[in-house]
Ligand binder design. Structure first.
Ligand code: B30
Ligand code: ZN
Length: 261
């Protein structure tokens, strides 16, 4: 598809600003979260995930990540509460991960990364007509960030990893019905929140970030299965393993990170 950004030497995060000048903007993501500098805000209520009626549609390789998409034609599944003024509709979730080793998350905590990060993307269908309109508006998206750390097998992640062989190449997609992302969440929904951006081009400054403090645990074997995906399409001769698809932390600038507890 039309864009030519990526995660390589030539087309990676340090080059994105040439085509997307907002890369150097005032509310870019991800950031390094320094817990001691986050402002505890007692007015921040808990977040609620109403995913019981969610309807997953398919799983796809978009050439940057593996994405599970949902029916977002009504308010059947939403996130609400916390910093949000109204419910935001579930649209998709996807992952960012590293190569060998334990970096791979986009957000970091006191300078330390996790092996991977899950992003659950929601949009403001109360204020905007389409996802694309919302994705370009300052209060258009709410993304829930969840850290993945290495340890034992995750009980439900196999539902995703079992499907990866069907979406090995960019542009491939397959049916993926009946998956509720609630099974991928940690037990505590305590969070940090701040105003930021998409972490990939077009890097729109449209995201209310809600980053959960508690990571989920996945095994090295499970994460390794994500690295069997490829950035390239099936017909391309250059084979590029999909790994290190994360943007490093950006400047906090004038922003404050708030803490739910
Ligand atoms: S993230 O959660 O900040 N990593 C988008 C949503 C969430 C994040 C990053 C990007 C997004 O909606 N991007 C625009 C949609 N993409 C669609 C695509 O599938 O493939 C278009 C695009 O980039 O310009 Cu390639
Ligand atoms: Zn993401």
């Amino acid at each position: 598809t039309g864009h030519h950004w990526g995660y390589g030497k030539e087309d990676g995060p340090s080059a994105w600003h040439r085509q997307y000048p907002v890369a150097k903007g005032n509310r870019q993501s991800p950031i390094d979260i320094i817990p001691n500098e986050a402002r505890r805000d007692s007015t921040l209520g808990p977040i609620f995930l109403k995913y019981d009626q969610c309807r997953s549609l398919n799983i796809a390789n978009n050439g940057h990540s593996v994405v599970v998409e949902f029916d977002d034609s009504d308010d059947r599944s939403v996130v609400l509460g916390g910093p949000l003024d109204n419910p935001y509709r579930l649209k998709q979730f996807h992952f960012h991960w590293g190569g060998k080793g334990c970096e791979g998350s986009e957000h970091t905590v006191a300078g330390v990364g996790y092996a991977s990060e899950l992003h659950v993307v929601h949009w403001n269908a109360v204020k905007y007509k389409t996802y694309n309109d919302a994705a370009a508006a300052p209060d258009g998206l709410a993304v829930l960030g969840i850290f993945l750390e290495l340890g034992d097998d995750h009980r439900w992640l196999h539902m995703i990893t079992d499907a990866l062989y069907t979406v090995k190449f960019k542009g491939s997609a397959t049916d993926f019905k009946g998956f509720n992302p609630k099974c991928l969440l940690p037990s505590s929904l305590h969070y940090w929140t701040y105003l930021g951006s998409l972490t990939t081009p077009p890097l729109h400054e449209s995201v209310t970030w809600i980053v959960l403090k508690e990571p989920i645990v996945v095994s090295e074997k499970q994460l390794g299965m994500f690295r069997m995906l490829q950035f390239n399409g099936e017909e391309e001769d250059q084979r590029m393993r999909m790994e290190n698809n994360f943007r490093p932390p950006q400047n906090l600038k004038e922003r404050i990170v708030r803490s739910s507890n």
